[in-house]
Design a binder for this molecule. Sequence first.
Ligand SMILES: [Zn+2]
Length: 302
Amino acid sequence: MAWFKKVRKPIEPPDKQSRVPEGLWVKCPSCGQIIYNKDLAESLSVCTKCGHHFRLTATERLRSLFDGPWTKHDPNLTSTDPLQFVDTKPYRKRLEASIASTGLRDAVIAATGRINGIETVVAAMDYGFIGGSMGVVVGEKVTRAIERAIAGRLPVVIVSCSGGARMMEGTLSLMQMAKISAALARLDRARLPYVSILTDPTTGGVTASFAMLGDVNIAEPRALIGFAGPRVIEQTIRQKLPEGFQRSEFLLEHGMLDIVVDRRELKDLLTRILRFGLPTARVQPSAATPANVPVTADVSRQ
Ligand SMILES: [Zn+2]
């Protein structure tokens, strides 16, 4: 028996209260630079020191592309949990939590607005909503957006940011790949341009369908783009994967993408592509131009 007893106090958890207000400063995960939140917002969430691209929400994405306000399409579509799916927790609970945290009803916003004056239908995915996964609602909203573009003779831009198909909706989520692809084929037959923008991350069934079907496929720098994860591939082919595998630059080098562009230059690039892809008469329908006279000069809409 000990003569003296040392009273051990439990180690106190570190003082969590920071003197800096929450969310005022952000640390760049790539270079460690501390960035003032407002500066980051001004540079479209790109680190001004190293060019690291922070992930954008769907709303931030639309704000970065459109000139002004936009019209949302089908904002109230929600999943009905058709399989009554339960994994570690019920799918219904996951949906409720995501709706509460993001303010969205599902992982995509479809909207019509103007990109440097060109009326365009844009669908932007939100990673914050169950990993930006594509379920029935995402499939339906994207398909309707494309159909709306065909009806109004407008170009389509889809910004992907997704972990792939939503497994909680089983095969119903996989069917969206075919559904969206078929709608894009109709858009193609209507001779309207579709630009796909792949952001970090774009994987699984989204890569395997509409993200790679653009007339032009654009990616943001260092974005993870792939179908299966690198570990699964390594185990299957029993080989070590090369450096930078499944990143935008690697895919560009191997012919899977057309352009890798800094987010701050994305809107201007998109404008040039849309102008190029749309017949001039459609970029700016002119009453002075008779329908049977070929239009030769590009009429800017700005
Ligand atoms: Zn940085």
